[in-house]
Design a protein around this ligand. Structure first.
Ligand code: PMV
Length: 361
């Protein structure tokens, strides 16, 4: 192609699963469907600058991937192996990958060592940048009417498809506000990419809030690569995968009816089940910290005493996501400041809410 150089920039958010993805097959295919809220404030901003290599076609085939990574303004070697692996996985779908040198400049809106996984926001931002380049390379190519009409879905779906190959949950960060990934009863959904949840959603769930309590900012004790593998030969694996299907169906009904109490039950049970899977695998892990449990108990007590619908969910770590409807914002934030902040490292928490997905900037 004739595109010599240029740059593209995307910001892409993190997401928090309500029904958890835990366990995968070859090629990042999930063992069960999952659904997540896309976040707003927690995001990665990535600028991708591409410069055509000065190589003959023959050389390009054997030429290595060429890229530099800058994280928060400084050259970063630590991220390179992950990106190398990502490039190897997506190469067959991104034929121009060896034609260019890439400068990847990336930063997060949340602190690096906060225990917040940046893989979902980071991998989705990079995938979107690559899709923008693909689009530029296609400019001038005449599309059929069918191709034109599917163009919009094509861009997002392929971005999600690529992001999945970087980090499974990253495929749920392209769109908002609820994203489903993984085959289930609905005809549209796929194991290969996430799609915007198109079911009915009651206004009770509008602008849902997520305050992330940073209980432990350290390195993850169990990487998700190791974590997913724990589901191989896990004694409860099949029951768990079946339960996720069941919970997704139940959650869809809850989202439609606005049943906040039903929401709380499913979401908290999913979080505890995720951790139960880790406690009952071999080797076994406890990823909660004492403060995680203190917080959970405080949330339960507050909910009881205040007729509240606040609840928690967890990722594969000690941090707690506090989820609540917008109309409880003031009271719950007061409660968090007064009673939960003390259980966070350096009193640190991040207030966030459900968002609409990634954006070109
Ligand atoms: O995307 P991965 O491979 O890092 O897996 C993440 C899995 C959980 O965050 C624990 C659950 C989920 O569905 O996001």
């Amino acid at each position: 192609s004739s595109v010599e150089s240029g740059s593209v920039k995307w910001e892409s958010p993190s997401n928090i699963a309500l029904i958890k993805y835990w366990g995968k097959k070859e090629n990042q295919i999930p063992e069960n469907p999952s659904i997540s809220f896309t976040l707003s404030n927690c995001k990665t901003i990535t600028k991708l600058t591409y410069t055509k290599k000065d190589l003959s076609t023959a050389l390009k085939v054997t030429s290595d991937f060429s890229f530099d990574v800058y994280f928060e303004g400084e050259q970063n070697e630590a991220f390179k192996p992950k990106i190398q692996t990502f490039f190897e996985r997506i190469e067959e779908y991104v034929p121009f990958l060896r034609d260019y040198h890439f400068k990847i400049e990336t930063s997060n809106t949340f602190p690096h060592s906060s225990g917040i996984a940046s893989s979902a926001s980071g991998m989705s931002a990079l995938a979107l940048c690559l899709m923008s380049i693909e689009q530029k390379l296609k400019e001038g190519v005449t599309l059929s009417a069918v191709e034109r009409s599917s163009e919009k879905n094509y861009f997002k779906r392929k971005a999600s498809f690529l992001a999945r190959l970087g980090s499974g949950s990253a495929c749920r960060s392209i769109e908002g506000e609820l994203v489903v990934w993984g085959q289930n009863e609905s005809a549209e959904s796929s194991d290969l990419y996430g799609i915007k949840f198109e079911g009915e959603v009651h206004s009770n769930f509008n602008n849902y809030q997520d305050t992330i309590l940073l209980v432990d900012k350290g390195e993850k004790q169990v990487s998700s690569t190791v974590g997913h593998k724990l589901m191989f030969g896990h004694p409860f694996a099949q029951q768990r995968f079946a339960q996720a299907h069941d919970n997704l169906a139940k959650l869809k009904a809850v989202l439609a009816s606005g049943d906040l109490q039903g929401f709380v039950k499913i979401v908290e049970s999913e979080a505890l089940t995720l951790h139960a899977m880790m406690m009952t695998s071999m080797p076994y892990f406890i990823l909660m910290k004492p403060n995680t449990l203190e917080i959970i108990n405080k949330i339960w007590k507050y909910r009881e005493e205040n007729n509240s619908n606040v609840c928690f969910t967890l990722d594969a770590g000690a941090n707690v996501h506090v989820l609540y409807p917008e109309n409880e914002k003031e009271s719950v934030l007061k409660f968090i400041n007064k009673e939960l902040a003390d259980y966070c490292q350096n009193g640190h928490f991040i207030t966030d809410f459900v968002g609409k997905g990634a954006q070109l900037i």
